[in-house]
Design a protein around this ligand. Structure first.
Ligand code: ADP
Ligand code: MG
Length: 615
């Protein structure tokens, strides 16, 4: 990152681009980088030394935007023009959030469909993606100002419980802000990266990451072994955080103040004062203030009693996460505190008591996620090659089968990237199509789960019921984004299509995409098979040749001769344009090279780990 390279041909200096890490939070967002000289992650700060940018967007009457602290100051005066907690709306339909619509002081639009929510400000309508992109643009500008170079590549974090639609929406917000989002990573994974736990050679640790922010609560159990991270389980609540503490306190006071729900400006002032009181009580025993000309106060003890149920809920989730991971409390080696709300003493004490140990709070709890994203960015930039990251799916993924049952293909807490497939068949004689409905969730009936996508696989040739073999494949890429394909195997018209989460695409569009690919299917199939086989072969040749050059010394003379023979055979097969021959020759080359490839990689890995810190 930020490395200076020299182009050997021209002698000119090439400035490599910095990849930034971004925590796009419900309450606060920030941007971080790994410093070239110290290799340490740092948060980028404004002139006043502030790293946190409140995730708040204000619109004036000409639809000009202001983001961050200046927007936050307008929360009370202009509640309908000042958008906060937009992350709660990312990738969601109005149905998803209707029960919480009262929480927002601005206008969340109900168009009575499954479509994504919109926010109305004045005469204009904005999607949560657009609103988030304003926040990301602000962060991008800040980074460009400080680094004095353009910033176009980023790693962005999301809560572990974000589903595919929400991850996709985050990615799109990045794109809209002019950022190429190289990776979406889970916040708890980022936090543990920032702490660099398990960085010592031969160290193996089990870590609990407790993240209580403004809007979400996540508890994740991770293991780190020889620099390899693995998430064992995640649990939590996307509707539990500091906002709820503020609301409880506001409601507590409002029993005396009797401010009407409809007095939005006054309700907002109540909320702001509640947050102020909460922060004050993290370091003091009493808060006294004034709202609407009336005195309000609360002691730390009263405050603790008020929020105890909320804290208890987080502790119950911790127990569930442990259960999912199949671990006992005593097996947790480290506990990491993340999120501004972990500054509340009762929260910290409760977590310490539950886990029976001290917790990590050395780093700023509201900055660790961005710092970890920067570390991940550094890995992607190729500056830190020793680490591997494995994540898990937060919810089960499956399709609807007979009787509206959920058939799970990828269970929750499966490692990603991941691939799973299962065969299905037709119910009726001559059935020409099959509806594939993709759901996410844990319930047995699909109606209780969340629909991600739906499409018709058509063009199945007529055959008796139960004869067709439709293979449905789920592929989750490293970003946690799901691709679904359906293939009718028996007819030979093997077809597949990627289906994005339903967000943004109507059923008709998804269906059309599928139909389009099927219409041209029969003619294309032969050419495509050959092209695919050739591509794979070419990749195999490249990899092998690179390997031979790089690790020549580690390969025996016999192995080299054998490999060259098979390389030649594969080249010949490609020239002959014979799909079967190509595939066969690719396999043989793979068989020949596998033993020494494995031997060399094992040695290289050991060398890489020797005496090195992993961060
Ligand atoms: P998010 O990840 O949701 O963007 P943050 O990690 O930035 O959130 O945490 C924001 C929350 O932390 C807010 O609810 C804020 O009121 C709370 N917070 C920040 N500082 C303190 C403090 N000193 N004491 C208690 N809560 C705090
Ligand atoms: Mg956060």
């Amino acid at each position: 990152m930020g490395k200076v390279a020299i182009n050997i041909a021209t002698g000119s200096l090439l400035q490599e681009e910095t990849i930034v890490g971004i925590d796009l939070g419900t309450t606060n967002s920030l941007i971080a980088i790994v410093k070239t000289d110290t290799h340490q992650p740092i948060a980028l700060r404004d002139i006043d030394g502030l790293a946190l940018v409140p995730s708040i967007v204000h619109f004036d009457e000409h639809a000009n935007t202001t983001v961050g602290n200046p927007a936050k100051e307008l929360l009370v005066a202009e509640p309908e023009r000042t958008i906060y907690s937009v992350k709660r709306l990312m990738g969601k339909s109005y149905k998803d959030v209707s029960k919480d619509a009262g929480f927002f002081s601005y206008n969340v639009i109900d168009d009575d469909t499954d479509a994504l929510v919109k926010i109305q400000v004045g005469q204009k309508f904005y999607s949560p993606i657009e609103l988030s992109s304003y926040i990301l643009k602000e962060l991008k500008h800040r980074a460009e100002h400080i680094l004095k170079t353009s910033v176009t590549k980023a790693v962005i974090t999301v809560p572990a419980y974000f589903n595919d639609a929400q991850r996709q929406a985050t990615r799109d917000a990045g794109r809209l802000a002019g950022l190429d989002v190289l990776r979406i990573i889970n916040e708890p994974t980022a936090a543990s990266l920032a702490y660099g736990l398990g960085a010592m050679k031969g160290e193996e640790k089990t870590i609990a990451v407790y993240d209580l922010g403004g809007g979400t609560f996540d508890i994740s159990i991770l293991t780190i072994s020889n620099g390899i991270f693995e998430v064992l389980s995640t649990n939590g609540d996307t509707y539990l955080g500091g906002d709820d503490i503020d609301r409880m306190l506001a409601q507590h006071w409002n029993k005396e103040l009797n401010i009407a729900d409809t007095d939005k400006s006054m309700m907002q002032q109540l909320r702001v004062t509640a947050e102020e009181a909460k922060k004050h009580l993290s370091a003091n025993d009493l808060f006294e203030g004034v709202i609407d000309g009336k005195k309000v106060s609360i002691t730390k003890q009263q405050f603790n009693e008020l929020i105890q149920p909320l804290v208890d809920r987080t502790i119950i989730a911790c127990g569930n996460a442990l259960k999912d991971a199949g671990l006992k409390i005593a097996q947790i080696d480290e506990v990491v505190m993340v999120g501004g709300s972990t500054r509340v003493p009762l929260v910290k004490e409760s977590v310490k008591r539950f886990f029976g140990r001290e917790v990590h709070d050395e780093l700023n709890p509201d900055e660790v996620v961005a710092l970890g994203a920067a570390v991940q960015a550094d890995i992607l930039a190729g500056n830190n090659t020793e680490m591997l990251l494995l994540d898990v799916t937060p919810l089960s993924l499956g399709i609807e089968t007979m009787g509206g049952l959920m058939d799970v293909l990828i269970p929750r807490n499966s490692k990603i990237p991941n691939k799973a497939g299962r065969q299905y068949t037709t119910q009726k004689d001559g059935q020409g199509g099959m509806r594939i409905s993709v759901f996410q969730g844990e319930r047995d009936l699909v109606q209780d789960n969340r629909k991600l996508a739906e499409f018709n696989l058509t063009g199945i040739p007529g055959m008796p019921a139960g004869m067709a073999k439709v293979e449905v494949t789920f592929l989750i890429d490293a970003d946690g984004i799901l691709k679904v394909s359906a293939t009718e195997l028996r007819s030979g018209v093997a077809q597949s299509i990627d289906v994005k989460p339903q967000y943004g695409l109507t059923d008709e569009e998804v269906e059309k995409m599928l139909l389009d690919s099927l219409t041209n299917a029969k003619d294309d199939i032969k050419t495509r098979a050959l092209v695919e086989a050739t591509t794979e072969a070419q990749q195999m040749i490249n990899t092998t040749e690179k390997f031979l050059t790089k690790y020549r010394k580690a390969i025996t003379e016999e192995e080299l001769i054998l490999t060259n023979t098979h390389l030649q055979k594969l080249h010949d097969a490609i020239s002959a344009k014979d799909k079967d021959k190509i595939q066969h020759a690719t396999e043989s080359l793979n068989d020949v090279s596998r033993p020494y490839a494995e031997r060399v990689m094992e040695g290289a890995l050991k060398d890489a780990m020797k005496g090195k810190k992993v961060i």
